[in-house]
Design a protein around this ligand. Structure first.
Ligand SMILES: [Zn+2]
Length: 117
């Protein structure tokens, strides 16, 4: 940098003092669990973490309860949607019938044999 050029005062970037902690490399979801009946322990086979058996069971029960709750909600929504689809099908059939009737009134069928003219 030339001697006669100076950085504009106040333009310096302040030191970075904040950071977001990242998940540790190899973060484990504890997907594979091993139950040791002899030692009565619950252990993750991937990362070897040992869980308190009661806490583990409590978490699993909670997870299952949530899953059943969501399942019930989805079933209720599905039933509701099916009812609405059935109602729409009936409405469609009814409207098609009305269109057919209206067309028949506007464009009367032509008697090609001139019997009823
Ligand atoms: Zn694990």
């Amino acid at each position: 940098m030339a001697d006669n050029i100076r950085q504009f005062p106040g333009a310096e970037i302040p030191d970075q003092t904040l950071s977001v902690e990242r998940e540790p490399f190899g973060f484990c979801n504890h997907d594979k669990i091993s139950l040791d009946g002899h030692a009565r322990t619950v252990r993750c086979t991937k990362c070897d973490k040992v869980f308190d058996p009661f806490d583990f069971l409590k978490n699993e029960v909670r997870r299952l309860q949530d899953a059943w709750e969501r399942h019930r909600d989805v079933r209720a929504k599905l039933t509701d949607m099916n009812d609405r689809v059935e109602a729409l099908k009936k409405e469609e059939a009814r409207l098609k019938g009305r269109i057919k009737t209206a067309r028949a009134k506007v464009e009367p069928a032509i008697d090609v044999r001139n019997r009823n003219l």
